[in-house]
Design a protein. Structure first.
Length: 239
């Protein structure tokens, strides 16, 4: 199986960590590569960022299909450009939110998302409503940290633990979803620390969920419905 990870930002600061993270969770016979955008933004933290990144996300997914890839992971929790990309290709395309939300809903009654900034909380709530899992969401909390500052692992881990503890104690969360694919390499460590504190909640890593879900679709011979995501009609377009 050959997968492509489209990191939907114009910087490569996360690439090495993404390779390490995906390598940890992929099946032994899965090959993958990582590409960045040529046009877009340094991070995605708003609908405006999503719009700017969208055209090149779709272009990179289309190219992945031409290159013989069997599936694509758009490596962002907000699922930017995923719907549009599905309209343009036959191979399965997933983002970070949908697989993580479905995984959490399978293993817990109510779960909370811990994300980066308050500005993305409404975006995540919208995604939950569209997927039909909003009734499972206990809360969406943020750690007030921009995406590009997530590489300070010591500080990040403490902020995440504080937010997770509040989600469990105050919001009734029975599981946690890390609400940014830039929160790399921490899910299992966070779960162990919470268990040590007497609050044994699973912590869902969106990258792990996305790769596992994508592999399952490919091995099952499944992809998105072209009734739900029909190929756009030919018409005059100006870019």
């Amino acid at each position: 199986m050959k997968l492509r990870v489209v990191l939907p930002i114009i910087l490569d600061v996360f690439n090495a960590e993404v390779v390490k993270e995906v390598s940890q969770f992929k099946a032994p016979d899965t090959e993958f590569d990582v590409v960045n955008l040529d046009k877009g933004t340094a991070s995605i933290e708003s609908h405006y960022d999503e719009i700017l990144a969208g055209p090149d996300i779709v272009a990179k997914v289309v190219q992945a299909e031409k290159d013989g890839c069997h599936g694509v992971f758009v490596d962002c929790f907000g699922d930017p450009g995923v719907g549009a990309a599905r309209e343009m290709v036959e191979i399965p395309v997933v983002g970070g939110f949908q697989p993580a939300a479905l995984n959490a809903s399978l293993i817990a009654g109510r779960w909370s998302v811990v994300t980066v900034l308050k500005s993305v909380v409404p975006m995540i709530s919208d995604l939950a409503r569209k997927l039909g899992v909003d009734g499972n969401v206990a809360s969406v909390r943020d750690i007030d940290t921009p995406v590009l500052e997530l590489q300070e692992k010591g500080v990040l881990e403490k902020k995440l633990l504080d937010a997770i503890e509040l989600a469990v104690e105050q919001d009734g969360a029975e599981a946690i979803v890390l609400g940014c694919t830039g929160m790399l390499g921490l899910a299992q460590k966070l779960a162990k620390e919470m268990a040590a504190r007497g609050k044994p909640v699973p912590v869902v890593d969106p990258t792990a969920a996305a790769i596992g879900y994508l592999e399952m679709l490919v091995r099952s011979g499944l992809s998105h419905s072209k009734v739900t995501y029909p190929t756009p009609a030919d018409k005059q377009r100006k870019q």
